[in-house]
Write a protein that binds this ligand. Structure first.
Ligand code: SAM
Ligand code: ZN
Length: 333
């Protein structure tokens, strides 16, 4: 946690939220204004929940016990093993293991964000112009889009994701200018890749682990939020859209892109926005549902039906999505 971001954004406990600011209750490892390892505590005496800071990334997640129980590797996996040992461990644990899933997902986004091919996620940000800060990059994954937003706007920018393994790559790039990840070649065969990336906007950037559907911020904290390809990945899309409207201030901007690739693994079917009930008024289409929900708090200023977004899976496979892109302005409420 950069102390500058912490003080400017004044995070609150995601469980208590109102009038329960978080405070740094333990600093174990620090560098300049940067808390690398420590504990953030809720200041509400009836709560006193604690949130860990690991490798510079604060994990400000309400159900922290369930989150860590489901994802211990995301915080605890080591990053110092040689490719040869990672390869052996990958072979032993095999496909579908938590280890393989984490390695694969982190590699997909790290490679799109920092690999040699032009990033298709970065191109989506061309629509963000003349916005006020601070900015939020929701579902930022390995963080390249967060750096890009800060470079474009010269404003304080926070990358938020619920996957701490991806955020540890983002944090390493932010703090060291380098990181490594594995891209999948075939099966459980991976190749180690090194990132060397320095952004002149790095001092404006930080990465926090939070649920986009339960953000630890007071209402109207941000002037702009981007949510690239996140909506169909969250467990609670209604809450996520409500949070988007809550944390953006009047006249602020939201950029949302999504290919509506709903899956039961990420979102229970009853929470999908469209994608089911083809006998209903919208014949199961997602766009009208999302439009209507957004229009509860925003005025839609620009909409693009099909914008390419490509996700590489392995040497011989990629998914070509057409994302629905919406740029909206928060109404004065
Ligand atoms: C399809 S990826 C898109 C990543 C990045 N925005 C891009 O376009 O390259 C979705 C990201 O959302 C994150 N995510 C899923 N559910 C989330 C939640 N509830 N809150 C925050 N991030 C979440 C995932 O960990 C993943 O990094
Ligand atoms: Zn609390």
């Amino acid at each position: 946690v950069r102390r500058g971001h912490f003080e400017a954004l004044r995070p609150v406990c995601p469980v208590c939220r109102v009038d329960a600011p978080l405070a740094i209750s333990l600093a174990v490892r620090e560098a300049n204004d940067d808390l690398l390892e420590g504990i953030l505590g809720c200041t509400n005496h009836e709560c006193l929940r604690e949130y860990p800071v690991v490798d510079g990334v604060p994990v400000i997640v309400g159900p922290i016990r369930a989150w860590l129980g489901a994802n211990p590797l995301q915080l605890l996996a080591r990053t110092d093993l040689s490719p040869q040992l990672e390869s052996l461990i990958g072979d032993v644990l095999g496909p579908g293991s938590a280890y393989d899933t984490q390695r694969q997902h982190a590699g997909i986004y790290a490679h799109d964000h920092y690999g040699s091919d032009a990033s298709s996620a970065l191109a989506l940000l061309d629509r963000v112009n003349d916005v006020e800060g601070p900015l939020l990059d929701l579902g930022c994954s390995t963080g390249r889009t967060t750096f890009h937003l800060a470079e474009r706007t010269k404003q304080l920018t926070l990358g938020v994701d619920l996957n701490a393994a991806m955020l540890r790559i983002a944090s390493r790039v932010l703090r060291e200018g380098n990181a490594s990840y594995d891209i999948r070649r075939v099966g459980v065969v991976y190749e180690r890749k090194e990132i060397a990336f320095a952004s002149e906007a790095a001092p404006l950037v930080d990465f926090w682990c939070c649920d986009a559907s339960a953000l630890p911020f007071a209402r109207a904290t941000f002037g702009c939020a981007a949510a690239l390809n996140l909506l169909d990945c969250v467990g609670a899309p209604h809450e996520f859209l409500r949070e988007l409207a809550r944390v953006i201030r009047a006249n602020g901007t939201a950029l949302m892109t999504t290919p509506y690739d709903w899956s039961a693994g990420a979102t229970p079917v009853e929470h999908w926005l469209g994608g089911h009930s083809q006998r209903g008024a919208n014949r199961g289409a997602s766009e009208p549902v999302v439009r209507a929900l957004l229009e509860e708090g925003f005025t839609i200023e620009r909409e693009e039906e099909r914008v390419p977004w490509r996700v590489r899976l392995h040497d011989r496979a990629a998914v070509d999505y057409d994302a629905h892109v919406v740029l909206a302005r928060r109404r004065i409420s």
